[in-house]
Design a binder for this molecule. Structure first.
Ligand code: DI6
Ligand code: FE
Length: 402
């Protein structure tokens, strides 16, 4: 065999059915994994480049499958108000919250938005992230939603990361539509989503189904539009109340239902039947000082795959560390470290519909991986603010460290 590169002398947490491979070898051809397994069983071959991992651990490149990374301004003032007693819902109803970010985002063009998001993205990438999902949803009109999604595409061109975009025009009611939510949903379904889809700017469609956002009926109309456009769906569901969002996402065959603190067992059952991933977002739970935990035990019992993401956004989760979310998923939500790691690899890939090519170290998948200075995989969930990432490889190329 003739390989482009060969990686030896490390241990691999493959996140595939092969599990942990000690003293592993990984051979790469054309940006994909051509062979992986115990070094002792490696077929004979030569590599153009050989890399010694020095006993480090390899994982698949991490995947942050739910972010609102692109936005203008920030909401530190609102953070202060909340500490003085105002609730997230009260601030939203008083015209603050998401709408204040909309004002700042509308004032920026795609270039500016990409420049504002770049340092946040770089923090994620420094922790071994190789795929990131980025939502729109702070533009809430065609031009500004387009600018956000263009900014996301620009980030994917300028940084060593695969960007998946999600059209979240149904995130909040723009002020100019006050009292006319159905008319705004018409605009989303008849104009914003079709135009952005035709321009190749959206890979999936999301909505915020919640008392302070859109009803299940309005959400269903957005999903019908997504279906007509052939786009996969995800949903901000049951974050602040049980609105039946998880079951709604499942009914449409959604890739994921996200947040889910208030999801009922019926919702969990529907997700299991539909193969919808439970996207857990401990950063928002933490920042909002929520007390209602997502039904993790029910997800386990019904075999619903759990993913974990930053939900990086200026209001409820100004988080730029996926490793910190691993810790919070374990500490706050009681995931095991193995579940949390699956949540940012295999199950995160599934939540983006990318499981055929990403999320585990397996032959034929993208050679996206990170090497870590750790003694065991659980250490990735353990530290608060220590980044043991030594090396990042994307599509077979070293993009960090090395
Ligand atoms: N749920 C969230 O946690 C974010 N969006 C959503 O639908 C928060 C967005 C924000 O407050 O800016
Ligand atoms: Fe979100």
């Amino acid at each position: 065999m003739r390989w482009d590169s060969l990686w030896i002398n490390g241990h691999a947490a493959t996140m595939s059915p092969a599990g942990v491979v000690r003293d592993a070898a990984v051979a790469v051809v054309g940006g994909c994994i051509a062979w992986i397994g115990p070094r002792a069983e490696m077929p004979p071959g030569t590599a153009a480049e050989e890399h010694d991992l020095d006993g480090r651990w390899l994982t698949p490149g991490l995947i942050d499958a739910h972010t609102h990374l692109v936005f203008g301004g920030n909401r530190a003032a609102e953070f202060e108000m909340r500490l003085e007693g105002a609730s997230y819902e009260e601030i939203a109803r008083a015209g603050g919250g998401i709408v204040s970010t909309v004002t700042a985002t509308r004032a920026a063009d795609a270039e500016t938005l990409a420049a504002l998001a770049a340092p946040r993205l770089e923090r994620l990438l420094a922790e071994g992230v190789t795929v990131v999902e980025v939502k729109s949803g702070y533009g809430l009109d065609l031009a500004s939603e387009r600018a956000m999604l263009r900014a996301a595409r620009l980030l994917g061109e300028r940084h060593p990361v695969t960007v998946r975009t999600t059209g979240l025009a149904a995130h909040a009611l723009p002020p100019e539509f006050a009292g006319r939510a159905d008319a705004y949903i018409d605009l989303v379904c008849d104009e914003i989503l079709p135009v952005l889809a035709a321009e190749g700017l959206v890979d999936a469609v999301d909505a915020f189904c919640e008392r302070i956002a859109f009803t299940p009926e309005q959400t269903a109309r957005v999903f019908d539009a997504a279906r007509r456009l052939g786009l996969p769906m995800k949903l901000h569901a049951d974050q602040l109340s049980d609105g039946g969002g998880a079951a709604l996402a499942a009914r449409y065959g959604g890739l994921s239902a996200d947040h889910l603190e208030h999801t009922s067992e019926d919702g969990v059952r529907a997700m299991a039947a539909a193969g919808t991933v439970a996207m857990l977002l401990p950063g928002a739970f933490y920042l909002l000082r929520e007390t209602k935990l997502p039904p993790v035990e029910l997800f386990r019992r019904h075999g619903v795959p759990m993913a974990v993401a930053t939900d990086c956004n200026p209001g409820t989760s100004p988080a730029v560390s996926l490793l910190l979310m691993l810790n919070m998923a374990c500490t706050l939500f009681r995931l095991t470290p193995a579940e949390a790691l699956a949540g940012v690899t295999r199950h995160a890939a599934q939540a983006l519909g990318m499981q055929a090519t990403h999320g585990s170290l397996e032959v034929g998948k993208a050679a996206d991986f990170a090497a870590w200075d750790i003694g065991r995989p659980a250490e990735l969930c353990y530290w608060l603010g220590l980044n043991p990432c030594a090396l990042v490889v994307r599509a077979g190329r070293v993009v960090r460290g090395g």
